[in-house]
Write a protein that binds this ligand. Structure first.
Ligand code: F6P
Length: 477
């Protein structure tokens, strides 16, 4: 039954994502430290939805009052802890979903990050892992469904009639189904922050049909690029035998709208940060520290899909082929630790350390090394200072087709699997005439400042509203 509470003055937007924008650290029985979470989803939504974290001003999609529902990244088994954390999070307009350790292991480490994530990024599993995975698959899948039901229960508990519910990512593909089963009039959107793979890949998943059907219950389904939306529609037509239309997927007269909504950032947040005195000081320090050298900057989560080993191997090749550049260029790679309980991520960390060590041993001197690799999460201001000193703008690669498509004319596009090509692109970028660099930078700057995260969120949410209106009109006709 719906909660009977006075309607809020502004329409509410309930953002539901696996992770809250803050990660909780327990400091005492009922005292908590809340640190900002990392990742693309969190930054895009923080910037656009006006959740009160750090310096994020209360703005975003201004006509909505936003609440964020998700997991705080911590196991809280006791009632006192759950109550106090709920109160601390309420100040940030966040609502926790409490998941115990076993569930996190099977649902998050297992089904989400060991099965869906590699599959959606075309990484696949080695044969022996696949067999092992097949054995543990069922328990992980069951945990996934159970966790999605728990998210749905929290949404239902907080839902007020008229709210819009925006579900995010591959962790919550069953959420639209559970929400609509409980309340068919709820406005539910679902957006995927990863690629959606070709139907030929998706069909290798034992639960391929259940996942598609659960997502299709949403009113609006969004992807980063047109290609991912097309793959999703093809998976529905080929695997479920439904009809694909230019607007989405049709099942017995009910249309689920499927579309591309390319994401952006909040440029104002960066521009404001680099005006701050402490950031200005930090910029000056960094300039001194690396004076006389060109700086290449990589900022990524330490994830296999980010291509960190490929990037540094290409940098090694570049150094091999361009001895004149030794000591004149440095690669700063910030590799924020992520999903550290998943074996593949542990293996990747060792692999990256091994390669960085070899290259620094090979090309370093007593006073300098060519690669500064940090397994650390830098705070936002630290990152802004790094962005500000980087004369070398980050290239865009095929592995992130969204960025490559959007920044095509300004960026240097490379095939990240071809180390020789990446190495020569590094050389090209470092030797690029100032005029060309300015032109490319201008193009990218214009793109990034026009296609913002706020615009992305506004477009999705207003289309979600319209989709419902259309659906109701159809029923009335
Ligand atoms: O790309 C999917 C995604 O959810 C991103 O939006 C986010 O950057 C990242 O994964 C976060 O991963 P996790 O919550 O597992 O740390």
């Amino acid at each position: 039954e719906l909660r009977k509470r006075p309607a809020p003055i502004r329409q509410r937007l309930l953002v539901v994502a696996n992770r809250l924008p803050v990660r909780a650290n327990r400091k005492g029985e009922s005292s908590w430290q809340l640190d900002m979470s990392i990742g693309g989803l969190v930054s895009a939504l923080l910037d656009s939805c006006g959740i009160l974290i750090e310096d994020t001003p209360d703005k975003g999609i201004t006509e909505f009052e936003t609440r964020w529902i998700g997991w705080a990244g911590v196991n809280v088994p006791d009632e006192i802890g759950q109550k106090s954390l709920t109160e601390a999070l309420a100040e940030k307009r966040c609502i926790p979903v409490f998941l115990d350790e076993d569930l996190v292991n099977l649902y998050y480490n297992g089904y989400c990050n060991n099965i869906l994530w590699p599959l959606f990024h075309y990484i696949g599993l080695p044969q022996e892992d696949r067999l092992a995975t097949t054995r543990s698959f069922q328990s992980q899948f069951d945990a996934y469904v159970r966790a999605n039901q728990m998210f749905a229960d929290v949404v239902n508990e907080h839902y007020i009639e008229g709210d819009i519910v925006w579900c995010h990512d591959y962790h919550l593909m069953f959420l639209p189904k559970f929400l609509k089963e409980h309340n068919s009039t709820m406005k539910v959107g679902w957006f995927l922050h990863t690629p959606f793979p070709s139907s030929e890949i998706h069909r290798t998943l034992p639960s391929r049909s259940e996942l598609l059907r659960a997502v299709l219950v949403a009113d609006l389904v969004g992807f980063h690029t047109y290609d991912y939306a097309r793959h999703f529609v093809s998976a529905c037509t080929r695997i479920l035998g439904l009809e694909g239309t230019p607007d989405g997927v049709e099942d017995q007269g009910k249309l689920t709208r499927v579309a591309a909504f390319p994401i952006g950032i909040d440029p104002g947040r960066f521009i404001r940060a680099i005006q701050l005195p402490q950031v200005k000081d930090h910029i000056e320090e960094l300039k001194k520290r690396f004076s006389g050298r060109k700086i290449m900057l990589g900022v990524d989560r330490l994830d296999m899909i980010k291509g960190i080993p490929q990037k540094i191997l290409a940098f090694e090749k570049f150094l091999e082929e361009n001895p004149d550049w030794h000591d004149k260029v440095v690669l700063l790679q910030i590799a924020a630790p992520t999903r550290t309980n998943v074996l593949e991520y542990q293996k990747l960390t060792c692999q990256v350390h091994e390669i960085v060590g070899r290259i620094n041993g090979r090309f370093g001197s007593l006073t300098t090394v060519p690669i500064h690799h940090l397994d650390q999460t830098l705070d936002f201001h630290g990152l802004c200072a790094l962005y500000a000193i980087t004369g070398f703008k980050k290239g865009s690669s095929d592995s992130k087709r969204g960025a490559a498509q959007s920044l095509g004319a300004g960026a240097i596009l490379v095939n990240p699997w071809n180390i020789t090509e990446v190495a020569s692109s590094i050389a090209y970028a470092l030797n690029m005439p100032a005029e060309e660099r300015e032109k490319r930078h201008h193009h990218n700057f214009m793109h990034v400042t026009t296609h913002t995260s706020q615009e992305w969120a506004e477009t999705f949410v207003s289309e979600l509203n319209d989709t419902i209106v259309e659906a109701q009109l159809r029923i009335r006709q």
